[in-house]
Design a protein around this ligand. Structure first.
Ligand SMILES: [Cu+2]
Length: 114
């Protein structure tokens, strides 16, 4: 039975996250912070933006984007890295686009353009 074998795993995971959230042990907090960082890197953010400038050679784009509430960002103009060169086909200066991006360290990387 696949369903019954999955239950102990869910139980272990929920106990782990509970312990993590409540533990005052600094080492444990560290582990939690790391997990948090990895988690935030995996999140894909979405916003609408107007393309202000492109730098295909360096894989950069400057976007005037709308607020991104999940990052507490107001609307602003800023530079992003572009993961794949083919995305530049849709990154045309003056064009309004929907973008998907991820955070990688202090860098923000466009992974999709609609
Ligand atoms: Cu920004």
């Amino acid at each position: 039975m696949k369903i019954t074998s999955a239950i102990p795993l869910i139980f272990v995971l929920s106990v782990y996250s509970l312990a993590c959230a409540q533990s005052p042990d600094p080492k444990h907090m560290d582990a939690g912070d790391k997990a948090q960082t990895q988690k935030s890197q995996a999140i894909t953010y979405q916003t609408n933006a107007v393309v202000k400038a492109v730098d295909v050679a360096n894989g950069k784009v400057t976007l005037a984007h709308e607020p991104v509430t999940s990052l507490s960002w107001p609307a602003m103009t800023m530079g992003f890295s572009v993961r794949e060169k083919k995305l530049f086909e849709d990154l045309v200066v003056g064009k309004k686009v929907g973008i998907e991006f991820v955070q990688q360290g202090s860098d923000y990387i466009v992974i999709g353009v609609k």
